[in-house]
Design a protein around this ligand. Structure first.
Ligand code: PHE
Length: 451
C-alpha cells in the first residue's frame, strides 16, 4: 500500500525528474564546474569526476531517494521513523540533522551568490537600455563585493523568490516552478551552445574538456572531483531524500536516479562547451580563473562580441534560473521539518526558515567587505562556510547515508524499494553502497583532514 506524504506528492515521474534535476543543476554546473575543470587540468579532472558520479554519486542518490520514500517525512523525522520501525539506534537521526544544517549553511551563501546573478542580469538589462557599459569587469565585480547594501539587497531578492515558490507547496509551488523553469534553462543553454559553436573554437574546448593529461592529477584533483560530485548532485544534505519522500511508490528509483545524474552531468558538460569557446575566441586563458571566472573573464568577451549584451542577459539569466531551482530544494527540508512540528502552516514555516537563513547569509555578504579581514580555517567567511558545508558535511552525510542504507536498513526494505532492479543490478548497488562508496569517501575525507 502506498502512503502519501503530508506535504504533498509529485504528480508524475516527470515532475520528480524535473525537480530533482532542478536541484542538481545549479551554480555547481555553470559556475563551479568550469573553473574547477580549468584549475585542475581539464580532461583528467572531467574523467575522474565522471567516475565519482558513477561509483559514488549514483548509488548514494538511489539510497537517498529510497530512504525518503520509505519515511515520507522531512529528513530528521524520516530517520526517526526508519530507526524506530527497524529497531535501530536513534543515533542515526544525526544524518537528518547534518543534512538540514548543511542545507541551511549552503543556502545562506548560495543565496548571496544567486543575488550576484540577479545583479548582473540587472546590469546588462540596464545596458541594453543605454546604461553604462562594463568596461572593467574586475572593477565591477570588486565594487559589488565591496558594497554591503548591494549584496544584501540582491541576497534578499533571491531569498524572496525562493520563499515565494516553497511557501506555495509541493504541487502548486515546486512542481509548477520547475515545469516552467527547467525547459527555459535548457533552451537558453542550447542558444549559448550554438553561439559557442559559431565561434569556431569548439574543437579547442572539446580538447580542453576531454583530452586527459594525467601528469596534472594530484590528490587535490581527486578531492575536488569527489567534492564536486556531491555538491553538483545535491547529495549528502538530504535534499534529494526530501524530494524522494514525495515520490509515488510505483516509480522506478534506479531509472529516475540515472536520468537525474545524466541530466546533471550533461548540463555541466554543455555549459563547459558553451563557455570555453567564447573564452578561447577572445584569447582569455581559463586556467587559474578561480571562482571569479565567469564574473570577471566572460564579461571581457561580452563587450567585443556581436550580440554580446543579449548574450550576457541570457547567460546570467541561465545562472539565475539554475540557482533558483536549486535553492528551492535547500529551503524545502527545513520548511517541511517546521511543518511537522505541528503547529504552523507551510507558509509560516517557510517564512521562518527563510528569515533565519537570510540572517545567516548576512555573514557571507558582510564577509566580503566589513569583515573581509576575518579568517576562519585560513579562509574568508564565505570560503569557510562553503568549506565546512560542502567539503566536510556533504561527504560525511553521504558516508553515513551509504552505511545506513547498506548495513543498517533491512534488506527487505531496500530490495522492495529497488524492486525495478534485477538481482544482478541489486547486488551491484549493494556492492557500491556497502564498499566502494564508503571507502572512496573515507579516503577523500582522510586526505582532507590530514592534508
Ligand atoms: N547541486 C547544486 C548545484 O550544483 C547545489 C546544491 C547542493 C543544491 C546541495 C542543493 C544541495 O549548484
Amino acid at each position: 500500500m502506498d502512503t502519501k506524504s503530508i506535504h504533498g506528492m509529485w504528480s508524475s515521474r516527470l515532475a520528480f525528474i524535473l525537480a530533482a534535476s532542478g536541484s542538481a543543476v545549479g551554480l555547481g554546473n555553470i559556475w563551479r564546474f568550469p573553473y574547477l575543470a580549468s584549475d585542475n587540468g581539464g580532461g583528467a579532472f572531467v574523467l575522474i569526476y565522471l567516475g565519482c558520479i558513477l561509483l559514488v554519486g549514483l548509488p548514494i542518490m538511489a539510497a537517498e531517494i529510497l530512504m525518503g520514500r520509505e519515511g515520507r517525512m522531512s529528513p530528521v523525522n524520516t530517520l526517526r521513523k526508519l530507526t524506530r520501525e527497524g529497531g535501530h539506534s536513534g543515533g542515526w537521526t544525526v544524518i537528518g540533522w547534518i543534512g538540514m544544517l548543511a542545507a541551511v549553511a549552503i543556502l545562506s551563501f548560495y543565496s548571496v551568490v544567486g543575488g550576484w546573478t540577479l545583479h548582473y542580469v540587472w546590469l546588462y538589462v540596464a545596458q541594453m537600455f543605454g546604461g553604462a557599459p562594463i568596461t572593467d569587469p574586475g572593477a565591477t565585480f570588486g565594487a559589488l563585493l565591496a558594497s554591503p547594501s548591494t549584496l544584501v539587497f540582491w541576497h534578499s531578492m533571491f531569498m524572496l523568490v525562493t520563499l515565494g515558490v516553497v511557501a506555495m507547496g509541493v504541487e502548486k509551488g515546486l512542481e509548477r516552478a520547475v515545469k516552467f523553469l527547467m525547459p527555459l534553462l535548457f533552451l537558453i543553454l542550447l542558444g549559448l551552445l550554438a553561439y559557442g559553436i559559431s565561434t569556431g573554437k569548439i574543437g579547442q574546448a572539446f580538447e580542453f574538456l576531454f583530452k586527459p593529461d594525467f601528469s596534472e592529477v594530484t590528490g587535490d584533483t581527486l578531492l575536488a572531483a569527489l567534492g564536486q560530485a556531491f555538491f553538483s548532485l545535491s547529495l549528502g544534505m538530504c535534499g534529494i531524500m526530501t524530494y524522494g519522500a514525495y515520490l509515488p511508490r510505483d516509480i522506478s528509483i534506479p531509472r529516475v536516479a540515472v536520468t537525474v545524474a545524466g541530466m546533471d552531468t550533461t548540463i555541466a558538460l554543455l555549459a563547459g562547451l558553451a563557455i570555453f569557446p567564447v573564452l578561447f575566441a577572445f584569447g582569455l586563458d581559463p586556467a587559474g580563473g578561480g571562482p571569479g571566472l565567469i564574473f570577471t573573464s566572460l564579461p571581457l568577451a561580452f563587450n567585443d562580441m556581436s550580440f554580446g549584451i543579449p548574450y550576457a542577459v541570457a547567460f546570467f539569466g541561465l545562472l539565475f534560473v539554475a540557482a533558483w531551482t536549486s535553492s528551492i530544494s535547500l529551503l524545502e527540508p527545513p520548511t517541511a521539518f517546521l511543518v511537522e512540528k505541528g503547529n504552523m502552516s507551510r507558509k509560516t514555516s517557510a517564512i521562518i526558515a527563510a528569515l533565519v537563513i537570510w540572517a545567516i547569509g548576512l555573514v557571507t555578504a558582510l564577509g566580503f567587505n566589513v569583515w573581509q579581514n576575518v579568517r576562519v580555517f585560513g579562509r574568508d567567511l564565505q570560503g569557510a562556510i562553503e568549506f565546512v558545508a560542502s567539503d566536510i558535511m556533504l561527504p560525511v552525510g553521504g558516508l553515513l547515508i551509504a552505511i545506513f542504507a547498506g548495513y543498517v536498513l533491512s534488506r527487505r526494505i531496500t530490495r522492495e524499494q529497488l524492486s525495478h532492479l534485477g538481482d544482478f543490478g541489486f547486488q551491484a548497488w549493494r556492492f557500491l553502497i556497502c564498499i566502494i562508496a564508503p571507502v572512496l569517501v573515507l579516503i577523500v575525507l582522510a586526505a582532507k583532514i590530514l592534508g
